[in-house]
Design a protein around this ligand. Sequence first.
Ligand code: ATP
Length: 249
Amino acid sequence: MTVDKTHPRYESLLFRDKIVKAGEQGLLAPSALISHGRGEAFDYLIGEKTTFPAKRAMYVAIASMIIAENPVISVNGNTTALVIDEIIKLAEELDAKIEINLFYRTPERIEKLAKLYEEHGYPNVLGTDDDDLEYINNLNSPRASASKEGIYTSDVVLVPLEDGDRAEILAETGKKIITIDLNPLSRTSKKSDISIVDNIVRAIPLMIEIAKDLKEENNLKLIQDIINDFNNEDNLQESLQEFKIKEEE
Ligand code: ATP
């Protein structure tokens, strides 16, 4: 399908199309389309704009990743379909690793995603079946698998569009968990240490710019102040207040 550029909902249709195509290529589980639809609905309600609390959480997320020992970005099919190049750029900017993590893990999907990262210039993606996989807290569940070099030994993990079960497992490890989730009421948003309530397609490009700015400032005190002044519960409440159920005049 080609998306008509003059359509009033062009952007939204474009990303929907990316998800549909990724589904056809076998990169996604069928339920991924439902997740995307849920995200679209929440995005509609925040006016498809990045809110102030979302931006604040992005600063804290980037500050935390800059001073992390082993920062990792966890990616699934949806994240890859929507923003693969931007994720690679962000990882490069932050000197972070990228690890594939799937709710419905199959060898075929893992292989296809790893190949796609390679084609986009990133050959070292973690979390593949060739990787040294461990189980977080010895939980014998695919939800708990993590690469030894990556999430398993990381101190700060960015897990966009994560499912609540896995977010809960990760939160119990004591690692700093950052999520991007348009639903401020999801278990993932509530369990994470830093919850960015925004669309990933707006968030990642903005986070790349924030990373560049903060690195250029090169001010450790500023970075620590950004982190210390943040309260995720308060920020989530503020994010929730951005949802409008009245049409704007
Ligand atoms: P939880 O278990 O955390 O309560 P869930 O299981 O209901 O969440 P999933 O379908 O597993 O939700 O995960 C999808 C989440 O990602 C949803 O909360 C959805 O709003 C969010 N989401 C989907 N697309 C995007 C997007 N493009 N940007 C940001 N968030 C998105």
